[in-house]
Design a protein around this ligand. Structure first.
Ligand code: AMP
Length: 276
């Protein structure tokens, strides 16, 4: 594995790669969720590029940019063992200049749910993903369904800007007890971690209700809230939407995503279920 820290050396190393490239952009503090993306990229491509960049423009004022976990040494080893060919660890000045052109998230889909709770987050996310997809010149890029709205907006960006890359959605990886893996789980103490399980439990309850024939969103959301409210510090939203992120009054199997966002202690967590 080779490591690049600036665009000039990254680009040179990228030029040497022949054959297909699978790209996995991350913010580091790598866990099994990231690894599942890397493994899939490894299987489906001749070369794998991973980037680790904690992108300042997708953090809002007062969010956890400064304390976001940074574990460069451990991450490097994980990438090496996973068979990554090129690891890009850019500094902010390698990615941004003053007074840039800016990406704007779509006005509806980009400003509901996560976009409503974190206005501007998706603009910054799309900005950096556009840059990273362009500089990687990858055939395929791998993103987790864990960040469902992010994934759908990236697919839209690629479609709207005719970008020559295939976006590959990857399943959510969970701990044995159901907690969706996230770099932010590192913030949770034991009690918070236990309470955080209410997110995946509420989604399991939703799945069970749907399996038993329930379709009414309001009934499913009420059952989920009943599980979440006693446990979480602040329930931000429970939403049932279609794959275009339009609210659904009735679940449509195959076309429905159920999403939850909540704070447990100071830590903001999200989870979701793609209903089959
Ligand atoms: P992050 O480092 O949080 O920006 O995540 C980098 C990529 O890993 C994104 O595409 C995430 O959706 C994906 N990811 C994060 N957690 C998981 C998980 N538990 N399962 C699958 N993919 C994940």
């Amino acid at each position: 594995m080779v490591v690049a820290r600036d665009y000039a050396s990254f680009s040179e190393l990228r030029d040497e790669m022949k054959g297909s490239i699978g790209f996995v952009p991350t913010m580091g503090a790598l866990h099994e969720g990231h690894l599942s993306l890397i493994r899939r990229a490894r299987e489906e491509n001749d070369h794998v590029i991973v980037s680790i960049f904690v992108n300042p423009t997708q953090f809002l004022e007062g969010e956890d940019l400064d304390k976001y976990p940074r574990r460069e040494e451990a991450d490097r080893k994980i990438c090496e063992l996973a068979g990554v060919d090129l690891l890009y660890l850019p500094t902010t000045d390698q990615i941004y200049e003053e007074d840039e052109l800016c990406m704007g998230a779509p006005k509806i889909r980009g400003y509901i749910l996560e976009g409503a709770k974190r206005p501007g987050h998706f603009d910054g996310m799309l900005q950096v993903v556009m840059k990273l997809l362009n500089l990687s010149r990858a055939e395929r890029a791998y993103f987790g369904k864990k960040d469902a709205q992010q994934l759908i907006l990236i697919q839209q960006m690629v479609r709207n800007y005719f970008m020559p890359v295939e976006i590959v959605p990857c399943e959510i990886v969970r701990d044995a007890d159901g907690l969706a893996l996230s770099s932010r789980n590192l913030y949770l103490d034991d009690d918070e971690r236990r309470r955080a399980l209410s997110l995946s439990r509420s989604l399991k309850k939703a799945a069970k209700l749907i399996q038993s024939g329930e379709r009414k969103s309001e009934i499913i959301r009420a059952a989920m809230r009943g599980i979440l409210e006693p446990e979480v510090t602040e329930l931000e939203y429970v939403a049932i939407v279609d794959r275009e992120f339009r609210p659904l009054e009735e679940v449509e199997p195959g076309n429905t995503i159920i999403l939850v966002a909540a704070k447990v202690g100071q830590t903001r967590l999200i989870d979701n279920l793609w209903v089959r």
